[in-house]
Design a protein around this ligand. Structure first.
Ligand SMILES: [Zn+2]
Length: 109
């Protein structure tokens, strides 16, 4: 169900972007999925196929690209791709990438 809501807002964003650019067709939507985002691309794909019908994105194809996790140490500011690799500051870590889902490119006509 998680993916359904995500796909719905994703499509809304695509439709809005197409409208803003006076596009009448969307060819391709490229999506970045963070490694840790727990979003299953196959599910997004499935819902997208259902939801896109009758919209400007009806013929659009989805492309997914995985982006790795990035953790930043708030003390020294270095970034790491896993907790095991982290520095010895013991200041905790903040996730600065890899947990999101973003639209990278929308190809329109
Ligand atoms: Zn540090």
């Amino acid at each position: 169900m998680h993916e359904f809501a995500i796909t719905r807002s994703l499509l809304a964003e695509v439709v809005r972007a197409a409208k803003e650019n006076n596009a009448h067709r969307v060819h391709r939507v490229k999506i970045l999925i963070g490694e840790k985002s727990a979003v299953v691309p196959e599910c997004v794909q499935f819902y997208f196929e259902q939801l896109k019908k009758g919209t400007v994105a009806e013929d659009a194809r989805l492309d997914f690209k995985r982006i790795p996790l990035q953790i930043r140490c708030p003390k020294c500011g270095r970034q790491f791709s896993s907790l095991e690799e982290m520095c010895d500051c013991n200041a905790g870590g903040e996730i600065v990438g890899g947990d999101e889902l973003l639209i990278e490119v929308i190809e329109i006509e």
